[in-house]
Design a protein around this ligand. Sequence first.
Ligand code: MN
Length: 499
Amino acid sequence: MFKKLEVWFVTGSQDLYGPEVLKTVGQHSQEMAAFLTKSAKIPVSVVYKSVMRSLDEVTNICIEANTARQCIGIITWCHTFSPSKMWINGLKLLNKPLLQLHTQYNRDLPWGEIDMDFMNLNQAAHGDREHGFILSRLRKSRKVVVGYWKEDDVQERIGIWTRAATAWYDMQGSKLARFGDNMREVAVTEGDKVEAQIKLGLSVNTWPVGDIVKIINGVSKAAVDKLIKEYEEVYEIAKEGRPGGKYHDNVRYQAQIEAGIKSFLKDGGFKAFTTTFEDLHGLKQLPGLASQRLMAAGYGFGAEGDWKHAALVRAVKVMGDGLKGGCSFMEDYTYHLHPSGYKSLGAHMLEICPSIADGKAKIEVHPLSIGGKEDPARLVFNTLTGPATLTSMIDMGNRFRVIVHDVECVKPEAKLKKLPVANALWIPQPNLKVGAAAWIYAGGAHHNAFSQAITAEYIEDFCDIAGIECIAINKDTNINALKKELKWNEMYYLMAKGL
Ligand code: MN
C-alpha cells in the first residue's frame, strides 16, 4: 500500500532573498526529496512541491495537501528564514500529519571559506526555530527530526513517521465488522464507537452471526480443497487432521470459515473484524485457524468482541508491513514467578497470528474448554525471540488512551508439550514487577497488539497524529513518575478537549 502514497516536501523561504538564492533553495530541496524518496528506510514517495514565499502559497499548498488522496502528510523545512505569520492561515487549515525536518543542506561548515553568502543560504538553524515557534503557538502536533539529511538515523526517524502516517491514512474511513457483541460483563472491551469514528475515523458496526454462518455454509467444496492444499504446503498438520484422520473434517470446517469470512470482509471492504465465543449461533467451531489465517493476511482481529484491539492489530500490521517481524492479537495469559526471573506467557484461546511464529506452525485439533462447541482446529507454535512491543487502547470515558510496552521475547525453559495453543514468552521492561504495575496503573487491557516489527516510536508517532494519549512503558519507567504522568494527563486532556 505504500507505493501509491506520498509525503510532500515543502520548503519555507521568502522573497527577500532574490531569485538567485530562491532558485538554489529549490534545487537543493528537490535533490533532498529525491534522495529521501530513494531511501530504503522510507517506504512512501517524498515529493518535492515548491518553495513557499507568501501567505497565499502556504495556504494553497495546505488546501491541496488536505484534499489530495495520495498525500499522507507533509514535511516542512526552512533552508532559509521563512517568516511564520505567512504560515498561520495555511497551518490552521492543514489536517494532514506534519513532520518538521530540522536539517541543513550543507553538512559541514566550510571553515576557511565561510562568508555571508554561505550564512544566508544555510540558515535552517534559525529558520526552523521561527517555524517551530508558530507550530507550537498554534498547538500543532508534529514530529521534529533533527540531523543531517543523509544520515541513516534521520531517514529512519522519517521512515517511522511515514509508516505511522500510513496507518493513520488507512484507518480514516475504514470499516470494522463485529460478529456478535462483547463478551458479557467484560468492561475493557467496551467503548464509545461514536467517539472512535470522530477521533480515529474508524467505523465500527455489528453483523448478525447468522448472516455470516449462511455465507460460511455456502462455501464450495472446491474452495475448501484449495485452502487445504495451501495448509499442507505452508504448515505441518497433525496426523489426525490430515485426510482420513478423525479430525480432518474439523480442519476442513475452519477452511470453510476462513473462506466465508474472507469473502464477507472483501465484499464489504472491511479491514478488521471481531468474533465472540459467546455468540457463535450456528457456527460449529469458534473461528481459530480461520482467524489466525485472516490475521496473517493483514486483517485486524479482536476476540470477545474487542474492536479496539482489532483496529490496533490492523494499524500495527500496516506500520510494520514489509519489515522483519510479525504482529498478532495477544493476551497476557499466565506468569512464571520464579525468583531467577519473572516472565509472562502470552497466548489466547486460539487466535494468535502465525506471522510471529518461530519456524513452521502446526495445525492441531483439540477440545475448547469453554463455549460447548466442536473441537476447533488451530495453529500451534512458539514465537521468535527478541524485542517486541505490546500495544493496548482503552476508553477512559473522556478519551482514548494507548499504552505501549517494550518487552523481550525469550525461549521457553522447556518444551510446552501439552499446550494446545500458539504462545509467546516475554520479560517485560524494565522487569515484570515494574512493567506489570505500570500497565495496571495505566489501565491497559488484558488484550494487546503484539509486534516484533515496530518499536514504541511508531506508536508514539501514531498517537501524536491522532491526538490521543500515549503512555510508554520501557526500561526507564519509574512507577512514581508514571503515576504523576497519569494524573497530569487527566488535567491536560480534560482541558485540551474543552467542550
Ligand atoms: Mn481474550
